[in-house]
Design a binder for this molecule. Structure first.
Ligand code: CA
Ligand code: CA
Ligand code: CA
Length: 194
């Protein structure tokens, strides 16, 4: 009986020893995810390997959610037209900071819609441009007809499309020389790139 118990105890001790040795030899668990800094969902520096799950942001719509009511930068502080108290006629342009060409210019597809300063102006993306991890520049103008008057800058700004991306929108603020602010929102869909 003593002999039988002894065998059991030795067997259990060996099993525990082998299990422990096995566990110590295992590699720590590797964490996978999207490792591309050009993805709005990228987790660069937070994961061990890229598991091919990256999705990328493709622009579907541009929005100006608000802009200054008056042209304070021109020193008039009155309106955006020759007639009194009229709303701005928007022209939105966006490009990569270092590029010479605007990849979006609302004037070519939408004309110059007149929008109240606290209403949201929406421009559908004419091409679903892919957002990347770099600096972008945008200008918002009020259209005025020549030869009476020329366009006025409403606001201008720069932003990084990936740093400013959250829940399907890139959000950025722009300013003019009077310090008046304007908000740009770029709506994007997440998709794979094949
Ligand atoms: Ca107007
Ligand atoms: Ca105008
Ligand atoms: Ca003007």
């Amino acid at each position: 009986m003593i002999h039988k118990n002894f065998v059991w105890i030795v067997a259990i001790m060996m099993a525990v020893f082998l299990f422990d040795a096995c566990r110590k030899n295992q590699e720590p668990l590797k964490v996978g995810g999207c490792g591309d800094a050009n993805s709005p969902e990228g987790q660069v520096g937070l994961i061990d390997y890229d598991d091919g799950s990256c999705l990328y942001g493709f622009i579907t719509e541009y929005q100006i959610t608000y802009h200054p009511q008056f042209d304070n930068a021109a020193g008039t502080g009155v309106d955006w037209d020759f007639a009194t108290n009229t709303d701005a006629d928007l022209i939105l342009r966006i490009k990569q900071d270092t590029a010479s060409d605007w990849f979006f210019n609302s004037e070519s597809g939408f004309g110059t819609p007149e929008i109240q300063h606290n209403d949201t102006a929406r421009f559908s993306a004419l091409t679903e441009y892919q957002l990347v991890n770099t600096s972008y520049r945008w200008d918002l103008y009020d259209h005025d007809p020549l030869p009476l008057d020329d366009n006025d800058l409403i606001s201008s700004g720069t932003f990084n499309a990936i740093a400013n991306a959250s829940d399907g929108y890139v959000t950025a603020k722009g300013f003019n020389s009077a310090g008046d602010s304007t908000e740009l929102r770029i709506k994007y869909d997440l998709r794979k790139v094949y």
